[in-house]
Design a protein around this ligand. Structure first.
Ligand code: ADP
Length: 221
């Protein structure tokens, strides 16, 4: 669950990025966060990860009170969240399998668990046959699927996808959003950030529009 209560963020140069934003996204929801460049979307995401602190207001994410969470404990919060980025951020020298297994190794998951979990998650995103490929041998859509598998492998409560379709053609974008919806149906909360307003209108569901640091629209369409 993500809850922002009256949150404002002013950067040190005086820019008011968010102005008294209140927003609640419950466990199991799928929400699109939409807004033009500069609207405050990235700041909102950074708040959820405690990469930015609010000047005022309260932030709660997955049971953590971020106002009270110490900076040396932020890894505990971040482990409950899977991220997907516009530019995939895969490691090009590692195979698809290794890119996903790496996440579990970094938290010292048991070897046997890794051997079972990684192929399972890769099959879930439709990449069973690509485990031995390297990222540069894959299409953009396939690379984003690997990124999704990597986000999912640790069974996070929440997936935050920041412009995940920004580098993809419309058909592939559509497939990635459908995959995010399937993941959501299995119980993971999904927040997808995008500037492509027209595109999300086709999908419907909850749309939160941010404009000049404020929530201009928050409803189901
Ligand atoms: P979006 O993700 O919707 O493009 P951002 O959250 O990145 O919007 O930016 C919101 C506003 O805050 C913009 O005016 C931007 O220039 C400003 N901003 C973002 N990051 C910083 C920063 N680190 N320092 C100063 N201003 C920033």
């Amino acid at each position: 669950m993500v809850e922002l209560k009256n949150v404002s963020v002013t950067y040190s140069n005086g820019v008011d990025a968010l102005d008294k934003v209140s927003l609640r996204i419950n466990d199991g929801e799928f929400a699109f966060i939409v807004g033009e460049s500069g609207a405050g979307k990235s700041t909102l995401i950074k708040l959820m990860l405690k990469e930015v602190s609010p000047n005022e207001g309260r932030v709660y994410v997955n049971g953590f009170n971020l106002n009270k969470l110490r900076l040396n404990k932020t890894h505990k919060l971040r482990r409950t969240i899977g991220f997907v980025f516009q530019d995939f951020k895969l490691i090009n020298t590692m195979t698809v399998y290794e890119n996903v297994a790496f996440v579990l190794r970094s938290i010292d998951a048991p070897k046997k668990y890794i051997r079972n979990r990684v192929p399972y998650v890769l099959a879930l995103v439709g990449l069973k046959d690509k485990v031995k490929s390297y990222p540069n041998e894959l299409s953009g859509g396939e690379q984003q699927r690997v990124a999704l598998a990597r986000a999912l492998v640790n069974d996070p409560k929440l997936i935050i996808a920041d412009e995940p379709t920004g580098n993809l053609d419309p058909k592939t974008s559509w497939e990635i959003i459908e995959l995010l919806q399937d993941i959501n149906k299995c119980g993971t909360t999904v927040i997808m950030v995008t500037h492509e307003h027209e595109f999300v209108k086709h999908f419907g569901g909850r749309i939160v529009t941010i404009k000049e640091g404020r929530i201009a629209f928050d409803d189901y369409i």
